[in-house]
Design a protein around this ligand. Structure first.
Ligand SMILES: *Cc1c(COP(=O)(O)O)cnc(C)c1O
Length: 386
């Protein structure tokens, strides 16, 4: 058995990251400043987006994008049920109603047919989540959106870098929201970014991220700035800080390298689990680039004497950290009780939830670490076969 605990995630922080943050601290810019601007420019360049707006979380990114899109009271917004709290809570916070949608059985991404069935006359937007880093079927989604005049605000918290049929995620929908939370593919500790081709939206999000203060509020303490400002709307306090942006710039330069490292992990897992009928490996549909933020296996409860929860507990006893992404929103008290959802309303997500296990996948994992995970999982399956 493995001697030391293998955490589910360890962020990839190198000496160059530490030096970049130290330089930001020495510069005296502790809040939003020139490094935030630079990070935005580099991120826009990297994704190919016209505009990028940096904020202090992926949740803030979603909130601002929906606000700029004009989502509010009386609107419905389509949200996959298999996602994190953030995707739907921002809809509720704006006074709109999240309409949950089931996932596809293979990719676990929002299912276009289920989406069509869930449409209401009040639907104004859809928030596709590129689950685990596998892009959603954007051709189908953009076609439905065009036909039904829906805005497409992508939750790309898992999807940097990812491509759908050659197009970079960040350049497809009306706005795309990224997260740089500690577990994501690149990190700023806490942070987020919105990309969009819409200059007016970008301007609105910039203003709303700093109290609704008119243009270039961040410059007010520089030589070019002025103390005078105007509040044009009751905004939020969502700006990124320069030390965080310094970390982001440093991480972004290694984004492709990190992806190669996660691809290595993915290959090793695929090889290790091949031929084990009780394990379903993650799928990859053709003509995409998968960001491999998560490696999610599904265990087959009909073939085993233990359930998923027990499996995770036993992995922990063997010093392997694992996680579940996600408990579908319709199973949580708030969404269940407020909107009256039943598990049978979302058969694919409900079935997936009982089977999914997220295994560690990050650049720091050695081949020996992955071997330990594969051995632990396959041993447990062998010992508990029905
Ligand atoms: C991480 C995450 C977010 C946003 O996270 P923050 O912690 O606010 O940066 C949003 N959606 C999904 C699916 C996520 O996994």
């Amino acid at each position: 058995m493995r001697q030391s605990f293998l955490p589910f995630h360890v962020p990839e922080i190198g000496e160059e990251d530490i030096a970049a943050v130290a330089a930001a601290l020495r510069s005296g810019w502790l809040t939003a400043g020139p490094r935030v601007k630079e990070f935005e420019q580099r991120f826009a360049h990297y994704t190919g987006a016209a505009h990028a707006v940096a904020v202090n979380s992926g949740t803030a990114a979603l909130h601002l994008a929906l606000e700029a899109a004009g989502i509010g009271r009386g609107d419905d917004v389509l949200v996959p049920t298999l996602t994190f709290a953030a995707t739907a809570e921002v809809v509720v916070q704006l006074g709109a109603r999240p309409v949950l949608v089931d996932c596809a059985p293979d990719t676990l991404n929002i299912e276009p047919d289920a989406l069509q069935r869930a449409l209401t006359p009040r639907c104004k937007a859809v928030i596709p989540v590129h689950f685990a880093g596998h892009p959603c079927d954007m051709d189908a989604l953009m076609e439905i959106a065009a036909r039904r005049k829906l805005l497409v605000i992508e939750d790309a918290a898992h999807a940097l870098p990812a491509r759908w049929r050659g197009r970079m995620v960040g350049t497809i929908g009306d706005a795309t929201c990224f997260s740089f939370y500690a577990t994501k593919t690149i990190t700023t500790g806490e942070g987020g970014m919105i990309t969009t081709a819409n200059a007016q939206w970008a301007e609105r999000m910039r203003i709303m991220s700093l109290h609704g203060i008119s243009k270039d509020a961040w410059k007010r303490y520089t030589a070019q700035g002025s103390w005078r400002y105007e509040i044009i709307a009751p905004g939020y306090k969502y700006n990124m800080t320069d030390p965080a942006a310094a970390l982001g710039i440093s991480q972004l330069t290694r984004c492709d390298e990190f992806l190669q490292a996660r691809l290595r992990c993915r290959r090793r897992y695929d090889e290790g689990f091949a031929g084990e009928p009780a394990i379903e490996r993650p799928v990859e549909r053709g003509d995409i680039t998968h960001a491999w933020h998560l490696y999610v296996i599904r265990i087959d409860p009909r073939r085993l004497r233990i359930d998923r929860d027990r499996m995770i507990e036993l992995l922990k006893q063997r010093n392997i950290g694992a996680a579940v992404h996600f408990i579908p929103l319709h199973l949580h008290p708030y969404y269940r009780d407020t909107y009256g959802y039943k598990p049978s309303d979302f058969p694919n997500a409900t079935a997936a939830f009982e089977r999914i296990i997220s295994l560690p996948i990050y650049p720091r994992l050695t081949d020996a670490d992955i071997e330990d995970v594969v051995t632990a999982v396959t041993d447990l399956i062998r010992d508990n076969r029905r």
